[in-house]
Each structure stands twice: as C-alpha cells, then as structure tokens.
Design a protein around this ligand. Structure first.
Ligand code: FAQ
Length: 325
C-alpha cells in the first residue's frame, strides 16, 4: 500500500529515482537538502515542519501571558527561560524548513492567511497559574512524546533540530510537573485549581496527536517516508499510559469515567476526545483562535520596520563590499 501511495503522490517523478529514494529511506539513511527527493516528500515536510515551527511560536502566547504574574521570582525566571526556549525551537524549525526551498517569510504569510495551521492546543486559554503547570505537564508531555521519535525522522535537518529541541522539552515537562505537584500538595483551594486545570487540558492534550488513525490523511504516506515514525493513536496511547500514574501519584483524577486498566493490552483504555470540537478548533472556532492570530499579525506588522532596516543594511553592506573590490 505504501509503495502505491508514494507513486500517486509523485506521478511526475522518474520511477527509478523513486525506487532508489525509497530504498535509501528503507535502509535508514538520512535525506539531506541537496539530495534528490520526490515533490510529495518535500511538500509534506514543509507542511509538517512549518506547522511545527508555527506551533512553537504561537505556543509562547498562552504562557507568555503569565510571566508578569508568576507567584515567585524563581517561577518567573523558569517561565521566562521556557518561553524563550520555545522561540528558539521555532527558529531551528524555520531554518530546517528553509533548507527545503521555502522562506521563513513565506511560511509566516501562509500562517497569517490561514493556509497553514498550528497546533490546536494553543487555541485554549490559560486562565490561572495552575494552567501553566498543566501546560508544562500535559502539553509539553504530549509534545515530547511526539517529538522523541521525530529525532529519527528521515530528513537530516529536521532530525537534528529535534535532538536539541527534545533536550530542552524534557526540562519543560518536568518544570510543569513540579509546578502542578506543588499545587496538588498545597491547600485545598490549590489542589482544586490543579484538578480544574487537568479537567480542562486533558482532552485538548489528547487532540495534539491528531485525528484517530482511521481519519488521519497523511500518516500512511508519512510513515512510508519515515517522516513520521509512529501513528497518531500509538503516541496518544503511550501518552495516556505515561500520564495516568503521574496523576494518581499527585492525587488528581483524570476526567474520564471510562478510564480502565486493560491487562490484555498492557495499557489504559480511555475515551476519545470530542473530534467535532477538534475540527471546529481547526476551522478557527476555538476559544482563542482570533486572539492568537491577531497577536501574530500585530507582531508581524510591528516588526516590518526592523525587517526592512535589516534588509537595507544588508544591501548597503553588500554594495560597499563590491565597491571596495
Ligand atoms: N492541531 O493526517 P494527519 C509544541 C491536522 S508541540 C492542528 O494525522 P499529520 C511544543 C494536520 O495538519 C505541537 N492541526 O496529519 C510546545 C492535517 O491537516 P493539513 C506541535 C492538526 O501531519 C509546547 C489534518 O489535521 N507539534 O508546540 C493537529 O500526519 C508548549 C490531518 O491530520 C508538531 O507539530 C493538531 N493537533 O499528523 C510549544 C509535531 N493534528 O496539514 C509551546 C510535528 C492534526 O493536511 C508550549 N507534527 N492536524 O491541513 C506531527 O507530528 C504531525 O504533523 C501531527 C499530525 C501528529 C501533529
């Protein structure tokens, strides 16, 4: 089935080149930017890496919102460092996408015009300090579950970016767990806040892995090309299996009455998220879609003079160098 799909995605490509390309992928070789690649492979990577980069950048907004209101100087410093890391992740990923022949400006324009997505999770609000713990524990926890296998993705620049990102992301998950632990073990009111944050972030976190495998449009092809290493459902199951014991340790309850240990599969049975909500968020109808896009549009407009200045400086420097030769 995979071979058939590879062919249909890249009908203009020479079958011999395609077969040689697939053989390299199957042998576990990394594909580098100057290597020949099917157009479908390039397009899929630009879509996935671009969306991933946008997610890192938009993902700064729900947390950045709390930097000035962090309860202690230590928590403020940690959050500031984390948000700064997310900006860095966006940059590594935009650079990886640029090696495929798309500029960062193009990718940003596609985001702002609604032609490119970012992760659904960042369209949910962070209403109080416990939500910052839930973002680190659950959102970064889900992100890292997806990103660790991506270190082995077939495209060299993406795989190398993921190695560095995963190192930082594991610190992010731990600071979130530590924050929520302090609240869960605090006063009754703080524990209630931690439980409320878990209640609101649980299903949106499960949605981060994408639609169930039967509805996933790209998984089969992306897995044949080793752009994706696992299916959406496999990673979602791993995330649930990792997170349930953590919640139990904290004395918090996963908001799912159907949650039950399944001895046969050696994992937890759980309820699917409401997929109609997921598709509504993707269409732009989540609680914060409008705010997030307005914030990105404003940042892009406000930065125009600076980008223009940098370009003018680069042009003048180049002209001076030519004149001096
Ligand atoms: N949100 O066929 P599939 C982070 C779209 S980590 C929005 O299964 P695919 C760290 C999908 O694009 C978060 N859209 O798609 C952080 C496709 O639509 P399209 C970002 C989603 O690509 C933490 C359609 O649904 N991580 O930011 C979502 O094979 C805290 C059909 O789906 C990555 O991007 C969704 N959740 O699998 C930062 C990881 N799910 O494009 C700050 C890399 C699916 O045809 C604070 N990406 N869609 O219009 C991936 O692994 C994959 O792209 C998936 C989706 C697994 C997300």
């Amino acid at each position: 089935m995979y071979a058939q799909m590879v062919k249909s995605e890249a009908t203009n490509d020479d079958p011999e080149l395609l077969a040689a390309f697939q053989a390299r992928i199957d042998a576990g070789e990394k594909i580098e930017p100057k290597d020949w690649m099917p157009e479908g492979y390039r397009k899929t990577l630009i879509r996935q890496i671009g969306q991933h980069a946008h997610s890192e950048v938009v993902g700064q907004l729900p947390e950045g919102n709390w930097i000035t209101r962090a309860p202690t100087l230590e928590r403020k410093a940690i959050l500031l460092a984390k948000v700064q890391d997310e900006a860095g992740h966006g940059l590594y990923l935009y650079c990886a996408a640029e090696t495929l022949g798309v500029s960062r400006d193009d990718l940003t324009e596609q985001l702002l015009s609604g032609r490119m997505k970012y992760s659904s999770i960042f369209n949910y609000p962070t209403l109080n300090w416990a939500d910052i713990g839930a973002v680190g524990w659950l959102v970064d926890g889900a992100a890292i579950m997806n990103q660790v296998p991506l270190q082995r993705t077939s495209f060299g620049p993406y795989s190398r970016a993921m190695i560095r990102i995963c190192k930082e992301e594991s610190f992010h998950q731990r600071q979130g767990y530590d924050l929520i632990r302090v609240m869960a073990q605090g006063t009754a009111e703080q524990k209630a806040m931690a439980q409320d944050a878990l209640n609101r972030f649980w299903y949106p976190s499960l949605m981060m892995f994408g639609p169930s495998d039967k509805d996933s449009v790209h998984s089969a092809q992306s897995m044949a090309w080793k752009i994706k290493i696992n299916t959406n459902d496999e990673l979602r199951q791993k995330f649930v299996d990792q997170t349930v014991p953590q919640a139990h340790y904290l004395g918090l309850t996963i908001p799912d009455e159907a949650l039950a240990w399944n001895e046969d599969k050696g994992g937890w049975d759980f309820s699917e998220p409401d997929w109609s909500e997921f598709y509504e968020v993707l269409k732009g109808n989540g609680p914060c879609n409008t705010d997030r896009m307005e914030a990105r549009q404003k940042a892009w407009n406000d930065g125009a003079w600076f980008r223009d200045g940098l370009m003018a400086h680069a042009r003048k420097s180049a002209a001076r160098r030519v004149a001096a030769e």
